[in-house]
Structures are given as C-alpha cells and as structure tokens.
Design a protein around this ligand. Structure first.
Ligand code: TNX
Length: 507
C-alpha cells in the first residue's frame, strides 16, 4: 500500500518538475530531520485568506484546528478561516498512519495534513510551523511568502523522547515551565520529567504532609527563596503539557536525596530529630528511615496524591545515590515503592541503581551511569531509558570556558552530545531494549530561564534528533548547518543559547 503510494508520488513529482523550483522542500532545515521528503518543485502561495476544512463531527480534530490556527497566525500573521477559500488547508484522519506518524502534502492551492491520532496531527503542525519560520528567512522578493510543494512523511524512531528538569536544586516557576514546554514541543520532544524533590527542596504540595513544602520547599541551593507548585499549579503544568502532547513524568527521589523531607518531619528520621535545611550541592548523605512504619505511610500517601494528579503512565521513584541506606533496606524500600506505584495504576521508573532488586515487568530502569546496572535490568527483561551522563547530561559544561554547569561526567560539546547512538553505545544494549532517550538538566548551577536555556540550547535539539531520526539520517555536517537556521529561530523567540564555535552561525 505504502509502496504504491510512493510510486504514484514519484511519477507525480517528475511530471510536476517542469516548473523551475524557487526553493526546495528538501532543503528546509527541519530539526529533527524528517524521514521522507518528496519535493514537487512548485509553490503554495500565502493568500490573505486561507481556509481550513476538517470533519466537524470529529471531536479529536477540533482542538487541533485551534492549535493550527493559533500557530499559523503567530508564524504567518494572517488568519485561517474555517470555510472554503481559494487556498485551503485540510486536516484529514488517515487510519493507516501509526501513532505519531503524519503526512503533509503541499500542492499549489492545498495543504493536506494527515494522521491517525491527535499526536500525529500535532507533530505535523509543528513541522508546518518550522517550515513557515524557516521559509521566512528565505522570502522571495517577487513571489512573496510561499511554501515549497511536495510531500513529507514522518514518524519517530523512539516512543520516548524526553528531557528532565531539576526544579529542586533551583526552583523554576510555572511560567518558566510553560515557556520550556513550548520549545520542547517545537522540537517534537514528548516527555518532560520533573525532578520534584531532593535534599535542597520539596517542590510539590502534598495535602497530607503540608510541611514538605512550607518547610522543605522554602529554600534552594545557595540559600535563596525556593518555592513549590500547589496541586492546582502542578495540574495546570500537566494540562499545558498535555495540550502540547507532552507527558509529565513526576519524580520523587527516594529513599536518598530526601533531606528536604527529613527536615520537614522529624518522625521520618531514625533518631526522630529533623536535620537543618540543606543548601549545598553534596549528594548521598540523606536517607529516609526504612525501619519505621511511618516512612511507608509517607511514601504511600505521597505516591497516591501525585499519581492522582498525573494522567501520564510513569511515576519516577528516583533511587539513585542512596549511599546512606543499607543495601537490604534499599532493596526492601524499592520493592515497596514499585508495588505502591503499581497499586496507583502507574509504571515505575527509577535510576539504574534500582535493578539491585527484582523489577516488576513494566518497570523502566533509567540508565545514567552504570552500564552493569543497565545490563542487569535488561537481563531481568526490563527496558531502559537512555541518559548516559557523559553524553546526554545537559548540566555538563560545553568546554573549559563555560561558566555554568558541572564537569563530573566530562564536558559535552554540541558535536559530542550529537554524535552517538543509543543502540550502539553499550555492547549488549540494543534498540529493542531501549524505551527512548532523555536529556536531564540538573540545576545546581542554574538560577533562571536564561541559565537553563544556555545549557539546554542548542544541545537539546541534538537529543531531539537522536530520538526522532533514523540513525542513518544523523549527520553532524548537515546538522550543524541546520542549527544555523535554528539559531535564528531561537533568537527570534528570545531564547538564550550557547553559540558554539563549532557551528557556522550567521547573524
Ligand atoms: C548525579 S544523575 C545525580 C544528581 C546530580 C547530578 C549532577 C543522578 C541520578 N544523580 O543528584 O544533580 O549528578 O550532574
């Protein structure tokens, strides 16, 4: 079926190539790169009025038509009207396309967007939005603003393409998160993992344990003010992400990395004495008291409240660097945490250390450092999420002169962060074992959105491409030239980024 369609398209594109193309669909700097492009060498001209048509009884399409209108109007400046016009955008369901796959067919007077799901349409809209922004750097003085014709067929390599933000070491506001979510969506990232608790701060309101935030959320690294999300604010973030087809993965780091909780409730400590709040950056010194029943009650109630607010499938229990927890206590604790997550209808994620105990069949081991741990999780039949620190940690410095960031896992230049493949990195870990890729941004050294953006951009675009593109499409030379165009887009959006000398930026 697909082949027949391709042959038809090829014939069509050969016939249509009589006209000299002014610009080519295949030359646009899509990021992540799209899977298939068949240019047909003509142009769709942007009239004052462009109509949209779609099946009005299809409730899935309604919100997506709104998204399309909003994005189009922001990018182009003219309005889309729900009516028939000389130039038409059509949104049509196509059941043969898989989950996130989409097809965009551009003719002289018509743009057809096809997908089978909301996600697929949303990814198509993001490609169209990129196309418009990229093409705006290319406006033909005579022809005006046009889009090149042809067909794009696209789908992702991995189902999970994520990033993590540590809102514990430094707190980031709801507005910051929404701004970040917009950017993530633009690059087809579909999971945002929020590291909601650590030694330095507890950032989500828990109704049954209010001091977690009033005390535990009151400060941050360096002793600044801290902050937390009320449950309403967290739900607002989740809903905003959902509208952008991004799933929030909440993390409560347990049983270590818990000083903020221990400082809020003395009864969670084995000696019954609350330690002071912590504003430094050491790791591995804190642990919940696994000998006490109240610890399990605490964990159960926290997992239940957050699960109830989270529509996504995953709950991340942390589990890293629990150097102050006895091994058997740690294993007992992780066993219980997995069971509680499961009881709340969620799938457990945990940093790769959690493999020391039998994993439930669906549990995801989050590979960050220890290959042996990752392989052991795979040997148990579990999948892993790839975040190798030396390649994918957004908080590693770019080079010696980077002011922000850390270096414990190395320095990660824009090229180094791009030039690797999750399925060939570690012998014994292959594509079938991998859920996807995530680039974590720990926030010990970043205090505001500009700092965050400086470490995330442009490296995050490379991780988005690793997650989306086929491995044989990945190529530093074309990537760095595409980054040039995205530097212009980021500038236009007012986003701070690191202008790496490895990329031939234009002004
Ligand atoms: C290691 S990665 C940690 C974090 C730090 C990070 C800094 C992981 C699971 N634990 O607690 O913030 O390094 O790069």
């Amino acid at each position: 079926m697909k082949n027949k369609y391709l042959i038809l398209l090829l014939t069509f594109s050969m016939l249509a190539c009589e006209e000299l193309p002014e610009s080519h669909l295949e030359q646009l700097a899509f990021l992540p790169i799209v899977k298939n492009v068949l240019p047909t060498g003509e142009h769709f001209k942007l009239d004052k009025t462009i109509g949209i048509s779609f099946d009005k009884e299809d409730t899935l399409l309604l919100p997506l038509v709104d998204v399309l209108k909003q994005r189009w109007e922001l990018a182009v400046g003219n309005t889309l009207e729900i009516k028939a016009a000389r130039q038409q955008i059509i949104m049509q369901r196509s059941s043969e396309l898989e989950q996130e796959a989409y097809r965009i067919s551009i003719e002289r007077k018509k743009i057809l967007l096809e997908a089978s799901t909301g996600e697929g349409f949303f990814r198509a809209i993001k490609t169209l939005e990129q196309m418009i922004l990229l093409q705006s750097f290319n406006i033909d003085a005579i022809a005006g603003f046009t889009l090149p014709t042809g067909v794009i067929m696209d789908s992702p390599r991995f189902a999970y393409r994520g990033t993590m933000l540590d809102v514990s070491r430094h707190f980031f506001s709801v507005e910051d998160l929404k701004r970040y979510i917009d950017l993530l969506a633009f690059y087809k990232i579909n999971f945002l993992h929020l590291h909601l608790s650590d030694d330095q701060g507890w950032r989500i309101e828990i109704k049954k344990w209010p001091k977690l935030t009033t005390i535990g959320g009151s400060t941050q690294v360096g002793g600044g003010k801290g902050g937390y999300y009320t449950q309403e604010e967290y739900s607002d973030i989740v809903a905003y992400a959902e509208k952008n087809f991004i799933t929030i993965v909440p993390e409560i780091d347990l049983p270590g990395h818990t000083n903020a909780a221990l400082a809020s409730y003395p009864e969670l400590n084995c000696d019954g004495i609350a330690p002071p709040l912590y504003t430094g950056t050491d790791v591995g010194f804190s642990s919940l008291c696994v000998d006490k029943d109240i610890t399990f009650t605490f964990m159960k109630e926290v997992i239940a409240e957050i699960s109830a607010l989270t529509p996504g499938p995953y709950f991340h229990i942390g589990g890293d660097e629990s150097h102050s927890t006895k091994k058997e206590d740690y294993n007992r604790f992780i066993d219980a945490a997995q069971a509680m997550v499961h009881a709340n209808g969620k799938t457990t994620m945990g940093w790769d250390e959690i493999q020391s105990t039998p994993l439930l069949p669906q549990t995801i081991a989050h590979f960050w450092y220890n290959e042996k741990n990752a392989k052991n999780a795979i040997a148990q039949g579990n999948k892993i999420l790839m975040s190798p620190a030396s390649l994918a940690y957004l908080d590693m410095k770019y080079n010696d002169s980077t002011k922000l960031g850390l270096t414990w896992a190395g320095k990660i230049s824009v090229k180094h962060g791009y030039d690797w493949d999750p399925a060939t990195l570690v012998e014994g870990i292959s594509e079938a074992n991998i859920l996807g890729i995530e680039a974590p941004l720990w926030s010990e050294t970043i205090e505001d959105f500009d700092d965050l953006a400086y470490l995330a951009f442009p490296r995050l675009l490379g991780y988005a491409e690793i997650g989306w593109a086929n491995p044989d499409q990945k190529d530093w030379e074309t990537y760095k030239n595409r980054l040039v165009q995205h530097g212009k887009i980021l500038k236009k959006k007012g986003v701070n980024f690191y202008a790496s000398p490895l990329v031939p930026w234009e002004d």
